[in-house]
Write a protein that binds this ligand. Structure first.
Ligand SMILES: [Mg+2]
Length: 329
């Protein structure tokens, strides 16, 4: 789940800063590490911050969501498709609609399209309309072109299909990489569908600026990049503005956070495919924790109730797949 050597290298810098610190003083560590990591866009904080919360939960013998202030015990979920490709299981608007219908029959209340990486706007728009035709009005639908649309005009064209089909949100359409407040304010003026931005904006303050400056409707919170501490700060900032935060990607830490947030709508089961295992799921758990399409009950996933993250790890499997080990002392 941790995307590659850049994040891992950052985590090592953070881990070194922990030596000699009280591991329960997460706020102090967050502030110190944030300053130290400012030139690396704070990447690397999350793995260590999540580990500190897991430790705190085990120390207090409570699940993290209870320490944060519990709000819910099950999580309404949307499968987000793997990226469509010309040569695999999601080749056409019809195949994407088949998959959305399959998810509706499994009981999911919502579904998100990850389109084709070449960002061809007419096919993206046709897919958006085909899904609404197929699943009817009651399922929430979202479109995430993953910054593949090459021009502002293409983003308008695809966004107007979202408007016509009554989409719940339109996420990261522009090839700017999802970081221009000016471009997204303009897009919001021209479209009716709510925008969801900030998956690719780094740091708490820059995400809050996006909301305050009217450049997004939903704010993306990212436990994978920000950690639990900063994600909860962002959730509370959004709450104070009357807005919703939506958490990126599945995982035990995401479930713990979402369980303690009122102003959020869905758990994201990204990497979902019509057949076969989830493309992003790494089986490192020794208990019954799982993020797979067929594991939800009525479109909801449970919140782990054990101490800390509430999961047990299969250390044999982890060691078998390890690429290296670092020790800080
Ligand atoms: Mg996204």
């Amino acid at each position: 789940m941790w995307s590659g050597p850049v994040e891992y290298a950052g985590a090592c810098v953070v881990a070194e800063l922990l030596v000699g610190q009280d591991p329960l003083e997460r706020e102090y560590i967050y502030s110190r590490v944030k300053q130290a990591m400012r030139q690396q866009a704070e990447i690397g904080i999350s793995a260590v911050d999540i580990a500190l919360w897991d430790l705190a939960g085990k120390y207090h013998d409570a699940p993290i969501h209870q320490l944060l202030g519990g709000y819910r015990t099950t999580l309404p979920t949307y499968p987000a498709s793997v990226h469509a490709t010309e040569h695999d299981e999601l080749k056409s608007p019809e195949e994407m609609a088949d998959f959305a219908e399959q998810c509706k029959e499994l009981g999911y209340p919502a579904f998100k399209i990850h389109g084709w990486e070449n960002g061809e706007p007419n096919r993206e728009a046709a897919t958006i309309l085909a899904l609404r035709d197929r699943v009817g009005p009651e399922m929430d639908l979202m479109s995430d072109p993953y910054n593949a649309l090459r021009t502002f005009g293409d983003a308008i064209k695809v966004g107007r299909a979202c408007d016509e089909a009554g989409y719940f949100w339109y996420e990261d359409p522009l090839a700017d990489g999802g970081i221009s407040q000016f471009a997204h304010r303009k897009l919001r003026e021209l479209l009716a569908t709510p925008l969801l931005l900030t998956e690719h904006v780094r740091g708490l303050e820059a995400r809050v600026d996006f909301m305050v400056n009217g450049a997004t409707d939903f704010v993306r919170g990212d436990v994978q990049y920000m950690g639990i501490t900063a994600t909860m700060k962002l959730a509370h900032a959004a709450e104070g503005l009357g807005l919703d935060i939506e958490l990126h990607s599945p995982g035990p830490a995401q479930r713990q956070c979402m369980a303690a947030i009122r102003n959020t709508n869905y758990y994201e089961l990204s990497g979902s495919r019509p057949k076969g295992p989830n493309a992003n799921y790494i089986p490192v758990y020794a208990n019954d924790y799982v993020d797979q399409l067929d594991a939800a009950v009525d479109g909801h996933f449970p919140v782990p109730q054990g101490p800390g993250l509430g999961v047990e790890y299969d250390w044999t499997a982890i060691r078998r797949n390890s690429l290296g080990t670092e020790v800080f002392q």
